[in-house]
Design a binder for this molecule. Structure first.
Ligand code: UT7
Length: 335
């Protein structure tokens, strides 16, 4: 039976370090407020004076992942690119990355899904691989939030949590009878709550899609009902954990490490205590990177491998909830 196996991972963070104290120079906030409410200490943003897109961050992460997998660009059957902050309105960043990798006709698929870009992306890669439509899939999750944030006090609730960054994963179909690879997938969406975390403009429902008036009203900045998202995450993440464990025929004791989406340290600590997990069994890096949305889990996965928190034979649970509202869970067992 064909199983979807991770052959290599990589991450890339831009060079501009932005501390909480830096943010406090631009808006009415404090290092203490940000640390207490979110756990975040710093994040990396792209330099504002350079034209860098998510496909550029994705390219750097992909090169590392492909080197570790021993892949050349020509080995890729499909690129899946998850981002809510594409380089341009259309076409998708997957096409831009394909060209930057030196490829000519390899298919490239963009998905949105925001904080669950990893879950929806890996589920899609797994379906392509198991159906035989593709055997080597490059998944990239990348965001540049910094160019779209309101750095005045008005935007402080949203702006302080977001960082830029990219993660990449090389996935390959392997024939084996062993119980390895992607063992369980659960995905959900609740469009009823779409407006609780969204950016409206540029918008195809207005003509033209972006006006000076819209810019003046700040309708191109993200808005978030943080409390609704927070409470939903605390409820839905334990719920979907139970669901995906059931699908995989596993129990929580079989999970060596939980890698949650890095949205807020307090959300992940609430999950940790609800599930009775020791510190060794859950991964946090939001302190250093902030919330990099589609980049968050692939970046964390790459770090967890590098730190030897996971490796040969480990079983990992990836969970996340965010804009859409979407939430998802994936269980993966290493070769
Ligand atoms: O990955 C995407 C999914 N997103 C999430 O998972 C985010 C989930 N939500 C959150 O992480 C939290 O709701 C936030 C961190 C965004 C906000 O924390 P909170 O504890 O829910 O704060 P709040 O919005 O209730 O605001 C409390 C107070 C308010 O002042 P008053 O009304 O009590 O006077 C805010 O105006 O804190 C104020 N505030 C700030 N103060 C200093 C909001 N943002 C800031 C800030 N600095 N950056």
């Amino acid at each position: 039976m064909k199983k979807t196996i991770i052959k290599g991972t990589g991450r890339y963070l831009p060079t501009r370090l932005v501390t909480n104290d830096d943010l406090a120079k631009w808006m009415d906030t404090t290092d203490e407020w940000i640390r207490q409410r979110t756990g975040i200490e710093q994040r990396y943003w792209v330099p504002a004076d350079k034209e860098i897109g998510v496909s550029d961050l994705g390219l750097e992460a992909s090169r590392i992942a492909m080197k570790r997998a021993g892949w050349k660009p020509e080995d890729i059957d499909l690129i899946i690119f998850a981002t809510l902050s594409p380089d341009i309105f259309f076409p998708g960043s997957g096409c831009l990355l394909q060209h930057k990798l030196g490829l000519t006709t390899t298919p490239a698929l963009d998905i949105r899904q925001q904080c669950t870009g990893f879950h929806y992306g890996i589920a899609t890669a797994d379906a392509y691989i198991r159906s035989g439509l593709a055997n080597r899939v490059l998944f990239v999750g990348a965001e540049i939030h910094s160019s779209g944030l309101d750095i005045s006090t008005k935007g402080r609730d949203v702006t302080v949590i977001f960082g830029d960054g990219a993660g990449a994963v090389c996935l390959e179909g392997v024939e084996t009878e062993e119980n390895i690879g992607v063992l369980g997938v659960s995905l959900h969406a609740q469009g009823e709550l779409a407006m609780s975390l969204m950016t409206e403009a540029p918008s195809s429902r207005v003509t033209p899609r972006l006006t000076v008036e819209m810019l003046e009203q700040g309708r191109h900045y993200p808005v978030m009902d943080g409390k609704t998202i927070f409470k939903l995450a605390v409820r839905r993440l334990p719920e979907i954990t139970k669901e995906v464990l059931g699908k995989a025929g596993l129990s929580m004791n079989d999970i060596d490490l939980v890698i949650p989406h890095q949205a807020n340290l307090r959300i992940n600590q609430a999950y940790q205590s609800a599930m009775g997990l020791s510190d060794e069994r859950i991964f946090h890096n939001i302190q250093r990177y902030g919330n990099t949305t589609a980049g968050s889990i692939p970046i964390a996965l790459d770090e967890a491998i590098e730190m030897k928190r996971i490796g040969k034979g480990s079983t990992v649970l990836f969970i996340g909830l965010g804009s859409g509202v979407t939430w998802g869970a994936i269980i993966y067992r290493f070769e």
